[in-house]
Design a protein. Sequence first.
Length: 190
Amino acid sequence: MGAEALGRRLLGEVEEARLDEVLRSVSLSAQPELGEEGPFGIRPLDRLLRLFEQQQQQPPARQQHDPGSPPLGQPRATTTTTAAAPKPPPIIELTSANPGAGKTQLLYLLITHAILPRTYDGILPRTYDGIPLSSGHAGAVVIVDTDNRFCAARLAAVARSHVWRRAQKQKKKLDPAVVNALITASLAHR
C-alpha cells in the first residue's frame, strides 16, 4: 500500500469533534454502568482509548520487502530477541481551539475518578457501607500548574457532586458530613 493510499485510509478513519461536543457526550454518560471497568471510568473516553489501542495493535496491512534483508527465498540470519518491554500507558493531551471549551472541567472529572475510592467502606458509617463507586481508582494525581489556574475547591465540588449523583442513582441517603469527610480524605496527601 502506497503512502498516499495509507494516508487516505487513515484520514477516512479520523472522526473530528469539538471538545464541547465530546464533553456533552461525556456528561450524558459520565456515570458508568456498575462493574464496567476502564482506565478512566468514563465510557466515551474509555471507548476512545480502546479504539486507539486497537489501531496500534493491528498488524500492518501487507508485508513489504526490506531492501536490507536477504533476497526472497534465502534464509535470514537468526537473531536472538529479548522479551518485549512493557508498553507504556498512552499520553493524552487535551487541546481545543477556543478557551472555555471544557478542558479544565474534563480534567477535574478525570481527577475525581482517579482519587475517589472504589467503595466508601471504612469512611462511611455502617449504615452506608458498600456504595460502589465503580469509577474510583483510589489513586494519586500530581498537578503541575504553571498558570496558577487549578482550583482545589472546584475539584472538591466536582468530586462531591459525583458522590451525590452516584448515591442518588443507587437510591442511598448520605450524610453531608460523611461525604465531606470522604472528599477530604480523597484529597489528602498520602
